[in-house]
Design a protein. Sequence first.
Length: 317
Amino acid sequence: MALILDGRPVAAKVQEAVAAGVGELRKRGVVPTLAVVLIGRDPASQVYVGRKRKACDAVGIVARDHLFPDGLDEASLLALVRDLDADPSVHGVLVQLPLPAGVDEDRVIAAVDPRKDVDGFHPENLGRLLAGHPAVVPCTPGGILEILDHYGVELKGAEAVVIGRSRIVGRPLSQLLLLRHATVTVCHTRTRDLAAHTRRAEVLAVAAGRPGVVTGDMVRSDAAVVDVGVNRLPDGTLAGDVDFASVSPRVRAITPVPGGVGPMTVAMLMRNTLAAARRQAGLDNRDLPPPPSPPFRPPGGGGLGWQPGLTGSHPPS
């Protein structure tokens, strides 16, 4: 059985560091504040916003929720974003996606002050990532790298395959992997023979938005698989984009759903909010994020920490 890449202890470590950083800022009279805008009644978005609020409370960040369950037109939304941009007491602005039909998502994202863009989706911040000098890393891709680092997954020289090309996960993740010297292939809905690509992957990240896209016959035995998907099945259970039952016995390591990438997304949002507050307070952020976690070492020695191209059985369990 594969090693489970549990995101919860990694998220707890990130949030512990954030809480310490928030405490230091509060001593200087700066109270990190995150404004979240949610339009509509999407159940998944409502749950996610609730988790963000809980995480803010845990680390000492003030959460200001701007909720519009009955909708908000684009002009009013843009006016709200401009007000939040101009408010010096607000350090991070997050507009929950997706937005309702008829609202131009690109225009709204571009209206957020890049310094307060804690999602990392503003064109300026995505451009910095593409140029190799990221200022704000999108939360889910950043969380994926934290998990891989924590468990000692080597990225330098690795064959990495990313399924999905959204600006939320796939595109920024591919750039982050390139910055870590992985050899990256991005697959999408027009990719021919998806399995031919996934079988090459030593690191496989799946953000397709559909359950069961990757099955056990599509992976190699030394792969580390990161499942970004969260899908509600007809029976009410949650499932990822990877068929866990058939894939987990065949790979070296895999994230669970739930409990894998999800907790990291919220933790990285907290880190980005702290970093934004520090920047706006004129403080140096060179110490954020902290250096990568040391490779995972299970009791008795050993550890994941395999090198690209190493084949063989599963890591110690």
